[in-house]
Design a protein around this ligand. Structure first.
Ligand code: GTP
Length: 242
């Protein structure tokens, strides 16, 4: 409420991209329950505002495609997809514990564990007020979970990708290494591609550019940031057409 006027969320349907590392908190490996509870309570808060939420989760807290040095790249990537599934089930469990209805859909069929990804069913779940978690990336090696977020956003007509990171915005270099790193509040897709900024891989960025999907990059460190992002507050870095 501001000046007696109820504030409305800026977005009706969003994709929240959570990295695996975000779920590990300071432990840097596996799932840190208090961290996941904190993220899920933020998700619950925006869910209760009526926002339709789909989540794409990474798996880097268990395994990254590039962890498999010397391994066959496809095999390493498939192992990463299984890691995203562990995280999806962990998120589902905590959200359900908070009375948020959730459906997990996997891009690789494992139907004893969760339902397979079916676009129309995912959209129906959103319309029926359920959070949908997309697991197993795109189901293909050589594609990242950022690319999954871009693909699913295009498929389900999400208005924006909320790219929650451990860093609060996009910089021209790593601010932890370079104290003079320049912080961006707005960028075009082409800036990201031309400058080789490490915010998303080029496949994900191009997919967003071609389908006009804005990406808001922000830090998960601030406990209200998902809510602030949904309300349209100017936080982090917005990547869009300029
Ligand atoms: P509506 O039909 O829209 O009401 O959706 P629903 O998800 O409530 O109904 P459904 O009968 O499809 O699913 C009931 C529960 O079973 C949900 O928790 C689903 O996630 C789960 N479920 C559905 N299909 C599968 C599947 O193929 N495998 C697994 N493991 N679970 C499934």
């Amino acid at each position: 409420m501001k000046g007696g006027v109820l504030l409305e969320p800026k977005y009706k349907r969003v994709i929240i991209k959570l990295s695996g590392e975000a779920l590990a908190g300071t432990t840097s490996h596996g799932i840190d329950t208090p961290t996941v509870q904190s993220i899920c309570s933020q998700i619950k808060e925006v869910f209760e505002l009526g926002v339709e939420i789909a989540i794409v989760v990474g798996g880097g807290n268990f395994w990254r495609g590039r962890s498999g040095e010397g391994m066959d790249k496809s095999t390493a990537d498939y192992m990463g997809m299984l890691a995203t599934c562990i995280n999806a089930l962990g998120l589902q469990d905590v959200l359900e514990e908070m009375d948020v209805p959730v459906r997990v859909q996997t891009a690789i069929e494992m139907k004893q564990i969760a339902e397979p990804y079916i676009r129309r069913k995912a959209v129906r779940h959103l319309e029926k007020r359920r959070v949908v978690i997309f697991a197993c990336g795109t189901g293909n090696p050589f594609f990242t979970t950022d690319t999954t977020a871009a693909l699913r956003a295009a498929e389900i007509d999400a208005e924006i990708i909320l790219l929650a990171k451990s860093i609060d915005a996009v910089y021209d270099s790593d601010p932890l290494v370079n104290p003079d790193a320049v912080r961006y509040s707005e960028l075009s897709y082409i800036d990201v591609l031309n400058q080789g900024l490490k915010v998303m891989d080029s496949t994900a960025t191009s997919l967003c550019m071609d389908n006009h999907i804005p990406i808001l990059v922000f830090g998960l460190n601030e406990p209200k940031n998902i809510l602030r992002a949904i309300m349209g507050e100017k936080i982090g870095t917005i990547i869009q057409e300029v």
